[in-house]
Design a protein around this ligand. Structure first.
Ligand code: 5CA
Ligand code: ZN
Length: 409
């Protein structure tokens, strides 16, 4: 699949900083030390509805990760998937009487537009589940060969007990895992499984549902976790720097994916850090397509909201926090954008060297975007009150806010 166009990332004076970030697996901050090419996999959308503010907040977090790395003069190798065949997508298409392929294409196209408008850097490899099937089948066959997978009424399951490291991404107890498995696409109550948590790798063809040739697996379609593993291993290999997504992906998705990859390769860990963004809520509940309590990025854009203001609204919360979307959050962002634009529109201003360092410091410290915004606010307030004589300053601030925060002033 094609991704979306990249916005230019201006180079900044001085030295970027290494990223310290919270890793769910260890439960603490880790200082990442990627080589000259940093490698990141971020789980993509299941395209059965438009991009909402929760999605956008999560992609914003991982966009910041890349901007910090780019500022250290590293290259970034970024891979993202699109879950373009899965139960929720097929169910929505059925409900609305539309073709599931057309639905996925339409919502993926809208996602690209939203990401472009929000100045999110595109992945180098943007891969759909369907196009990944030829790479998924041999992995499932291999898992079966080595005894890590088994068949149940034609479906193929992964045996979580085959991975000695199973449980080390999310660190949950058995009861919590079972509960989340049932909530998030698993089938812990299906009789005949070796372990209730075992996830499906390959689902045998069902009447009226799409299916593909699975070689020795028979016709069917891939499970959710193996999809991301196949794409990540194909384009990044083991031991990549960051596996990213919202906190609802820590278990089972990232836990199972890590297990699949570790058993397949015999290497550990799949990712050096598992990074999870908090959940955005609306009216007190997590924004989710299944509940329908959504604010769409595309709707706000259609209503004439500047995408830079949407981005500032996302940045005004720490990525790990759960937070609530309200009209006030957006109004504050619109007002802040106006203040910043006015401040950089003057021919000169207070020196900006310290500000660039403050933004770098804030972001390198577990992506503390609110602290970065506060630093820009202070510069804008000084500009407003006293002005300054540094003719380069407004340009430096504009470039820093663009390069490090993805906001075009
Ligand atoms: N296709 C899979 C990942 S392989 C999937 O989870 N798709 S999704 O469309 O449901 O979610 C896409 C991303 O948005 C995931 O990282 C998910 O954790 C995140 N996300 C979903 N809802 C919210 C929310 N309310 N707040 C923050 N992030 C969210
Ligand atoms: Zn995924």
């Amino acid at each position: 699949m094609h991704a979306w166009p990249a916005s230019e990332v201006p180079a900044l004076p001085g030295q970027g900083r290494d990223l310290r970030i919270h890793d769910t697996a260890t439960g603490g901050l880790v200082t990442l030390d990627p080589g000259p090419v940093a490698r990141i996999y971020v789980c993509g959308i299941t395209p059965y509805d438009a991009t909402h503010l929760g999605h956008a907040a999560t992609y914003n977090a991982f966009d910041l990760v890349q901007r910090v790395w780019l500022d250290t003069k590293r290259q970034v190798h970024y891979v993202q998937n699109v879950t373009d065949v899965d139960d929720p997508l097929l169910e929505r298409a059925e409900r609305d009487g539309v073709d599931w392929v057309a639905l996925a294409e339409k919502e993926t196209a809208l996602f690209r537009e939203d990401m472009t408008a929000l100045r999110m850097l595109p992945p180098q490899h943007y891969i759909g589940a369907v196009e990944a099937i030829p790479g998924i089948v041999p992995l499932v066959e291999r898992l079966r060969e080595i005894g890590a997978a088994y068949e149940l009424e034609g479906d193929i399951y992964f045996s979580v007990e085959s991975d000695p490291h199973f449980g080390q991404v999310s660190n949950l107890d058995a009861a919590a895992m079972r509960l989340l498995s049932a909530e998030r696409g698993g089938d812990p109550d299906r009789p005949g499984k070796k372990n209730p948590l075992d996830p499906m790798l390959w689902m045998a063809a069902r009447e009226g549902e799409p299916s593909w040739d699975g070689g020795t697996l028979g016709r069917g379609r891939p499970g959710w976790h193996i999809e991301c593993v196949a794409i990540a291993l194909d384009h990044l290999g083991m031991g990549f720097d960051v596996q990213g997504g919202g906190s609802d992906l820590a278990f089972p998705h990232h836990e199972m994916g890590a297990s699949h990859a570790q058993v397949l390769t015999g290497e550990f860990p799949m990712a050096k850090a598992y990074v999870h963004a908090g959940m955005v809520a609306l009216h007190g509940e997590k924004m989710s397509k299944s509940k329908g309590n959504l604010v769409f990025v595309s709707k706000l854009r259609r209503d004439g909201v500047d995408p830079a203001a949407i981005r500032l609204a996302l940045l005004s919360h720490h990525y790990r926090a759960d937070w609530e979307w309200t009209d006030q959050v957006l109004q504050d962002a619109v007002a802040r954008l106006a203040r910043w634009r006015s401040a950089v529109s003057r021919p000169d201003g207070p020196p900006a060297g310290t500000l660039v360092e403050e933004i770098r410091e804030a972001l390198s410290n577990d992506l503390d975007a609110p602290a970065a915004l506060a630093a820009v606010d202070r510069w804008a307030a000084r500009q407003e009150q006293d002005g300054g004589t540094d003719t380069g300053a407004p340009g430096v601030v504009t470039r820093a806010v663009d390069a490090l925060l993805g906001v075009a002033l």
